[in-house]
Design a protein around this ligand. Structure first.
Ligand SMILES: Nc1nc2c(c(=O)[nH]1)N=C([C@H](O)[C@H](O)COP(=O)(O)OP(=O)(O)OP(=O)(O)O)CN2
Ligand SMILES: [Zn+2]
Length: 149
């Protein structure tokens, strides 16, 4: 059966701090993240359907990734849930867009979180192939489904 990969790029601005990290990244700082999402599936084979030939409508992929990841994280501050309680309280009182994580918000951990979230939302006939997350213009992490085998 024919398989085609589809890829779409997303961007979001997000701040984070690496809890107890032994360097400047323990301070709250921001990145312009770039996320590449690649899915794989078989193009629709139905002449009567206007989406014939599509694995998934690019627009649907955009909506799925935006509602699953980008809407929550864009212009948010990601902190580990065991960060200073006073700081967390103050940020909440000031109505900052704060997201608390169970994990250290590294590029690697964020990718694993995104992979889990996206897999739950994927239509049955489509598989998540890979994810690539740029934290800076020169640093990125990648996840490939094939590495799980
Ligand atoms: N393996 C990882 N290492 C680091 C991560 C990460 O997510 N995974 N994150 C950070 C910091 O959050 C941040 O990205 C700073 O990294 P750094 O490379 O030090 O960034 P610079 O701005 O200093 O990069 P330059 O290109 O040298 O200016 C740290 N490590
Ligand atoms: Zn950082």
């Amino acid at each position: 059966m024919v398989k085609i990969r589809l890829t779409r790029l997303f961007r979001f601005e997000m701040a984070h701090a690496l809890h107890h990290y032994d360097g400047p990244c323990s301070n709250i700082h921001g990145h312009s993240y770039k996320l590449q999402v690649t899915i794989v599936g078989t193009p629709l084979d139905n002449e009567a359907d206007p989406k014939n030939g599509m694995v998934m409508d690019f627009g649907e992929l955009k909506k799925l990734v935006n509602r699953t990841i980008v809407d929550e994280l864009d212009h948010a501050l990601l902190l580990r849930e065991d960060s200073d309680a006073e700081l967390v309280d103050t940020l909440r009182k000031l109505h900052h867009k704060l997201v608390l994580t169970t994990y250290q918000p590294t590029c690697e951990n964020m990718l694993l979180d995104f992979k889990t979230r996206l897999r739950k939302q994927m239509p049955e006939h489509i598989a998540l192939h890979s994810l690539k997350l740029w934290e800076t213009a020169s640093s990125f992490a990648e996840w490939y489904a094939s590495d799980e085998l």
